[in-house]
Structure formats: C-alpha cells, structure tokens
Design a protein around this ligand. Structure first.
Ligand code: NAD
Length: 507
C-alpha cells in the first residue's frame, strides 16, 4: 500500500509478491496470522493490541505459538520448537511480542534465527516525532531506516584462533546489497519520499562496505527521480542524532542499521512508540522495536504502541489497508487527546496517565476518528518487488595465500618469524609481508607496534603471476613440517584482473 500523504506516514510498510488493495472487503476469508505473546511485557501488550484489532474488525485469524524464554528453558537453544516452524512457514506472517533472550553463550538469538531462516532481508523501521503531544527535541523528524537484515557481522561466524585472538567474519554479498538497496529506492518511490542516504564505513572496509557503497551508486543512477547521498557511518550517526530532520530514507548494513535505528527511535520521543517490519519475498514478521522490559513486566503500565504500530504495518502487508488506516488514525487521536502511558506522560501536556489496558480502550473508543493536529494517514494500492540482477561469473585467478599462524616464540620478534619463513618457503613462493592485527611488521616495521600471537603471513608466487592450489598445499606442508602452527588460510584472488583482497596497513 502506498500512503497518499507519505511524508506523514510512519507505520505503513510494503509488500513483496502479494496483492495490495485499499479495501479489505476483498479479504472474504480471514488472513491467517501467527501470533507470539512473547515474554516480559509481551503478553500484556499483545492482549491490548489484539483487542484493538478485533474491535476494528481486522480480517485476521490467529494461530498462537509459544516461542522465547519457555522454549529456551525446555532445551531449544534457538528459543523455538522444531514443530513451530511449520506454522510460521504455513502462515507466512508473524506478529511477535518481544522475547527475553537468556544470558549465556549457549543461547542463539531467536530474532536472528527467524529473520535468516525465513529470508526476511529488509528491516523497515520508521522513526517519527509526534510533537507537541510526545516530547521530542526533533519535531520535524520523520525518517525510515531500512536495514539489511541477514548479512554483515550477524552471519555469526566466529572462531577463537589463538589463546589471544578471536575473530568474526563480516560477510557482505552482491545480491544481498543489491536487494536491500533496490528495496530502499523502491520504498522511497512508493511512499513519495525524496532522498535515500547510504551509510557505510568504506574508508576503512574497502571491500565489504565498499561493495555496499558501489552498488548503492549503481542502483541510485537508475532512480534519477530520487536524490541519493552517501555518508560515512560515524559522521552520519552523529548528524542523525543532532539533525534527524535532514534524513528521509536511510539504507545501511546490518550492524550500523541496528544501532542507528535505535538512536532514531529514541530521539523521536520514545522507543515504546516504534514498530518494525521484517520483510522477505515469502514471509514477514512484525514487532515492536523495544525489548521485553522485564523491569515493568506484570505491572500493566507498558505502552502497547510499538506493537500496535507494527500491527498496522502488518495489516497493510496483508492487504487490509483500510483497517490499518482506521487503527492508526485512532491511535494518533489518542496521543493527541493526551491519553498517555507512563513512558510518554508529561504533566502539562498529557491529560491522563493510563495503563496498557486503558490505553487500548481509549484507542478503541476513537476508531473511526481522524486526528486534528497530527496528519492522518491514508493508504492506496501499490507494491514493492525487488529481484537482484544475476551476477556474471568473472575470471577468477589464484595469485597467493595469506597463512595465519599461532606463533608465540619468546620476544615475538617479527624479524625472527620472517627469517624462519624465508628459509622454510618452498621454491616458487615469495614472502610478501607479515602483519599483526592488520599492521605490517615485516619486512620493515617498528618496535613500538604491539604484537599478539596471531600472525598473517602473505605469500605470493615468485613469478608475480598466478599460482595453483597444489602449490599452496606444498607451502602449507613445508610450514607444518617446520613446526609452525597454521590456524587458517585465505586465498588471494583477482577477479578479471582486479585485486580481491585488501593490502596490509603500511604495505
Ligand atoms: P527493553 O527495550 O526491554 O527496555 C529498555 C527500557 O525501556 C526499560 O526501562 C523498559 O522498562 C522500557 N520500555 C521498553 N518497552 C517499553 C514499553 N513498551 N513501555 C514502557 N516502557 C518500555 O530493553 P532491555 O532491557 O535491554 O532488554 C530486555 C530484554 O528484551 C532482553 O532479554 C533482550 O534480549 C530482549 N529484547 C528483545 C527484543 C525483541 O524480542 N525484539 C528486542 C530487544 C531486546
């Protein structure tokens, strides 16, 4: 669905490969939706939200599932029982209250598992100020963060390699970047937004973040009607916190998106008001931005707005835009009338402090009304569908290998290691450099550089040309035979002659 006055829409999200109609009377049979009550304040806010949905006549049918804390404690390390997946896959739409992830390394984040298993690649998080009814230092703020949801450091591939060093793999793929960036531009076009800002750290991570930035430039060129800009994430996040009004749609990688969407939600007024949609081509999940708030669980004071806004996003998604519109406008009226939960209550501005249940009752009482000062939302038909371009195979050539060693000889002198490797390397191999934590320490280097037990030793073919996998095996065999502890290797490739690896700092 596309909002008519898109500049004021904070809750609508788009659909992939689904029909969009502005009138949900076409939904003759109720749409099956999976519902998870979650942990902490989850059951209270879900109950409130379902009451509003029912009162508004939302054309939905619910299948309730158990996920989260109870499942973790039953021994399901991902917080979900295997048989529950069938329900999620069948219904394809999940309305989820927050869950509590138990502390400890044995537990996997259920959110990450659901997103990745169901291929929910786009996380869409609107952040909008509702001044003067909800305090915000940024009254003009009305932006959307579109976060890549599956890749980057959240691939969760971590290893301890030496007693001193652990690593995480940051995986960024061309189809993954293209899909989320195209989604952001399509979203901007569909929702009448004017600018997409890309945020990366490609001045440091030239290959991974550099890929995201370069695909952003490629895709942006195909949307001449939408302004495009790139900002380095650190200054971008600083500007977002200081002048959020200058942003419209922001598209970024997973970790940065996770952080800046929380900053955006917080400075808009309250994390308690923000909803979030996780969209894939086959399924979607809708939830509040906040967590399970164990500190106020059971007190009946939690703000159900975040989950309610997410539920309106879900209604748009399933084609019930008219119901979404009715609920969203009633919710805006409730805020406008000063009926506020404790997290947003302000003496002098708010009229009445209410608990979770009474807030829902106030929204229900306003169904059918439109706000007077806040701009009402309206939706009309439209849709978003993105398909990444197939990636052409390039001429890939092996030109060397980075061999990582756990080496802890007394003094940790890189020159001792360098001399040993020069002596040990079989014919045909040239030791190009040794780095420690990415900094070149051999040849050259300075004694001030701190060295750990983790050494990256770069070998290239003496000929300066390509080498073979068999040669790599011979090299590794020689290093092993010399008593060196090889912990991993990374092949150095060129792609159509273009270097596919970064240089060492100082190389
Ligand atoms: P939180 O968002 O639960 O709470 C932070 C603060 O905001 C607390 O003071 C809380 O009382 C308040 N708050 C949050 N939601 C509110 C609401 N609707 N109304 C009023 N006040 C609200 O964050 P946390 O304390 O860091 O995390 C608690 C638990 O939630 C953790 O186990 C965490 O893993 C989990 N969590 C789950 C999700 C999710 O399921 N999507 C997201 C974030 C955190």
């Amino acid at each position: 669905m596309i909002p008519v006055d898109s500049s004021q829409v904070s809750g609508g999200t788009a659909i992939l490969a689904h029909r969009h109609l502005a009138d949900s009377t076409h939904l003759r049979t109720p749409v099956p939706v999976t519902v998870a009550y979650g942990d902490g304040i989850g059951p209270e806010i879900m109950e409130a939200v379902l009451r509003v949905l029912d009162a508004a006549g939302a054309p939905l049918r619910y299948d309730v599932i158990e996920i989260g804390e109870k499942c973790y404690h039953q021994g399901h390390t991902s917080g979900i029982a295997p048989e529950t997946w069938e329900i999620l896959r069948r219904n394809r739409v999940l309305l989820k209250a927050p869950i509590t992830t138990p502390q400890g390394s044995g537990y996997k984040s259920l959110n990450v598992t659901i997103r990745k298993t169901l291929n929910l690649f786009a996380n869409v998080r609107p952040a909008k100020a509702y001044t003067p009814f909800v305090a915000s230092s940024h009254p003009k703020m009305n932006l959307i963060v579109i976060r890549e949801n599956e890749e980057d450091l959240y691939a969760g591939i971590e290893h301890q390699q030496t007693p001193e060093v652990v690593q995480v793999l940051k995986l960024v793929t061309r189809p993954g970047c293209e899909r989320i960036i195209r989604y952001a531009f399509e979203y901007a076009r569909a929702y009448g937004r004017h600018k997409v800002t890309c945020m990366t750290k490609d001045n440091i991570m030239k290959l991974t973040d550099g890929l995201f930035h370069s695909i952003f430039d490629e895709v942006a060129a195909t949307y001449p009607d939408i302004a495009a800009e790139h900002q380095i994430i650190d200054i971008g996040a600083a500007r977002l916190a200081d002048q959020p009004g200058r942003f419209d749609v922001i598209v970024t990688l997973n970790l940065y998106g996770d952080i800046i969407s929380d900053i955006a939600a917080q400075i808009s007024g309250s994390v308690g008001l923000a909803g979030s949609a996780n969209i894939g081509s086959e399924a979607a999940m809708f939830e509040a931005v906040h967590g399970s708030a164990p500190d106020i669980a059971g007190l009946g004071i939690a703000n159900p707005s975040g989950l309610l806004v997410a539920a309106t996003q879900m209604l748009v998604h399933v084609g019930a835009a008219d119901t979404a519109e009715t609920i969203k406008n009633a919710w805006l009226c409730t805020l406008e009338d000063g009926i506020h939960t404790a997290d947003i209550y302000r003496p002098g501005v708010s009229a009445l402090q209410v608990g979770t249940r009474d807030f829902a009752t106030a929204v229900i009482a306003r169904l059918g009304q439109e706000p007077r000062q806040l701009t009402p939302v309206h939706y009309r038909a439209g849709g978003i569908h993105v398909v990444p371009t197939p990636v052409a195979r390039t001429n890939k050539q092996l030109v060397g290998v980075d061999v990582f060693l756990d080496w802890n000889d007394a003094g940790r002198n890189p020159h001792d290691l360098g001399a040993m490797l020069e002596r040990t390397a079989p014919e045909g191999w040239h030791l190009k450099m040794i780095t420690n934590r990415g900094v070149k320490v051999y040849p050259g280097g300075v004694p001030e550089t701190f060295c750990t037990d983790h050494w990256r030793c770069r070998f290239t073919a003496s000929s300066g040309g390509p080498c073979s996998f068999d040669q790599v095996l011979v090299l590794l065999g020689a290093l092993h035979a010399a008593g060196l502890d090889v912990i991993k290797t990374e092949h150095l490739y060129t792609f159509d002659g273009r270097r596919g690896y970064s240089l060492g700092q100082g190389e």
